[in-house]
Design a protein around this ligand. Structure first.
Ligand code: RB5
Length: 142
């Protein structure tokens, strides 16, 4: 599984923690940022969204202060279904029902332990298919 990951200055600490824990064992493409110097989250979201939409990575993770700006920006790219999740149940349903391909996390909203649980649940949950395939098709045609 190839995973593209990116963060802004607010998410760099959480990104480093996840790379050292739950993301060990995955083939990760780290698309920055690498410091706490201020950057604009849409620039990073665009890079990760393109990596996933083009097939360079199968799934993506984006981290900012809330996860919300990253989800908004990533969702502008065709084929991207980005979900901002603050707990594992939403992460599970974003995979089962929405076939989310980018997980967005808020480093100022959740702790490291919760983030790890969310990532584990997200990666271990497949898409349910069935009626949800039709609905995703409708999202794509919007
Ligand atoms: C940066 O201060 C902050 O706005 C950003 O990390 C994010 O929370 C945006 O949604």
């Amino acid at each position: 599984m190839k995973v593209a990951i990116g963060c802004d200055h607010a998410g760099v600490g959480l990104k480093r923690r996840l790379l050292d824990s739950v993301l060990k064992g995955y083939e990760v493409i780290d698309m920055g940022t690498d410091s706490t110097d201020s950057v604009d989250y849409p620039d990073i979201a665009h890079k990760v969204a393109n990596a996933v939409a083009s097939g360079k990575a199968e799934q993506g993770i984006l981290i900012c202060g809330t996860g919300i700006g990253m989800a908004m920006a990533a969702g502008k790219t065709k084929g991207i279904r980005a979900a901002a999740c603050t707990e594992p149940y939403s992460a599970e349903l974003s995979r089962r029902h929405n076939d989310a391909n980018i997980l967005c996390l808020g480093a100022r909203v959740i702790g490291t332990g919760m983030a790890e649980k969310i990532v584990e649940k997200w990666f271990s949950t497949p898409f349910d298919g069935g009626r949800h395939t039709r609905r995703i098709g409708k999202i794509e045609s919007l």
